[in-house]
Design a protein around this ligand. Structure first.
Ligand SMILES: [Zn+2]
Ligand SMILES: [Zn+2]
Length: 144
């Protein structure tokens, strides 16, 4: 677990308010991802994610409005079909956890990222202003 984690429940949703969710447990493994998929999925230099068990990411409103796209050979990303906000990523089959976008929480400050991954594809001008551990790819492949 990285960074301070708020007590539950945490709630969030998309830009237009159609999709609303609640977290049933405290997120873990909060960090920044600088991979190209996150850049293209978000239209931003990086995305900040945290992890919860799939059963603990509870859609309270707008389940019918959630779109899913295949974003890798095994992964999919969920977004609001009404407004386009990216919400989470997970494995398509048998996922036990999911990585949701911290920025979609009503109080994003509640969870602080603790690392950077896929810095090998970091956009040159998007220099992290922190001393957090940086990993060129996944965390299992060693830090810079
Ligand atoms: Zn929306
Ligand atoms: Zn990524």
């Amino acid at each position: 677990m990285n960074g301070p984690v708020a007590s539950t429940p945490l709630v969030g949703g998309c830009l237009c308010g159609t999709v609303r969710y609640r977290l049933a447990s405290s997120p873990t493994d909060a960090g920044w991802c600088h991979c190209r998929t996150c850049q293209l999925n978000s239209g931003s230099p990086a995305m900040a994610f945290a992890t919860v068990p799939t059963d603990d990411f509870i859609i309270e409103n707008g389940a019918d409005s959630i779109g899913r796209i295949s974003s890798s050979s095994t992964g999919e990303r969920w977004f609001c079909r009404a407004c386009g906000t990216p919400l989470l990523m997970r494995d398509r089959d048998g996922a036990t956890t999911c990585d949701f976008s911290i920025a979609t929480l009503d109080r994003p400050e509640a969870i602080t990222p603790g690392f950077h991954i896929f810095t090998a594809s970091r956009i040159a001008w998007a220099m992290p202003g922190d001393d957090l551990p940086r990993y060129p790819r996944g965390r299992s492949e060693g830090s810079e």
